[in-house]
Ligand binder design. Sequence first.
Ligand code: CP
Length: 324
Amino acid sequence: MSEQPEVPLKGRSLVTLDDISTHQIEELLHKAAYIDSHRREVAHTCDGRVLATLFYEPSTRTRLSFETAMLRLGGSVIGFAGAQLSSVSKGESIADTLKTVSNYVDIVAMRHPKEGAALVASRAASVPVINAGDGGHMHPTQTLADLATLMSRFGRITNLTVGLCGDLTFGRTVHSLIETLCRFGNVNFVLISPDELKTPQYVIDRIKATPSCSYVEVKDLAAVIGDLDVLYMTRVQQERFFNEDDYLRLRDTYILDEEKLSHAKPDMAVLHPLPRINEIAVEVDNDPRAAYFEQVKNGMLMRMALESSLLGDELPGYVPLQPK
Ligand code: CP
């Protein structure tokens, strides 16, 4: 896919990472690394700013890290976690909610169970809107956290064999990550799922359209684990199943434990967007290959980089990345 001309991030919304250039993604990674090593220096970057977190779906990491990110940059936070206590419960539309909240805040992070809700919100709002997950579609800031974790583990996000395992149908983090890695190129994808939870065709088409990337679809994790640089585990998304019996039948298909991990490369990285149910045994947490709590920290740092960038608030002492 050819890139659109680059538009500065200030004042923009982020619905999908396709909204921004690959250089801007690299710049956000660079900024997040700077923030991590200059926490005191950046603590007043967003003084006086207000973030709204509008979460129509449950969340721990995404909401709390968006909020912590703004607080650590000197700003404040309002919002709701669950729409039942807002006027959404009276039938207020997304558009009216965003037109209202735009009067109160400088930037919005929104999670919604419907695909496309973030796009609707971004069109109605007069301030930047960040997609914090829209149904089974996209989760761009999780992808930023994933990329930061690959950078910290490998020093690169290309020339990797990346296994994605579990619910590849409903796992929006998987869709965002594959699409974004395709933009950087040179990735071999190993898509590990049961037949019922395969990767959607539009995501497969994206890989096929990228000559430097390849993919295979397999069912057996044990047969491929030794080939992988990255194993991205996912939870079977109960909330998106229409049939409880199907969920119960599929939820335990893949469980990563130390025995399975003993067949993996010594420097393979295990990622998971979390929350996990039982797809990674707790014993794996102590394995140096477990990178999922690093992902959590990187999520906050990337959201700090993103919030300050969309607001146009400059980080003191930060020197931008030069284009290649
Ligand atoms: N990874 C992620 O989106 O986690 P939460 O659902 O807890 O926000």
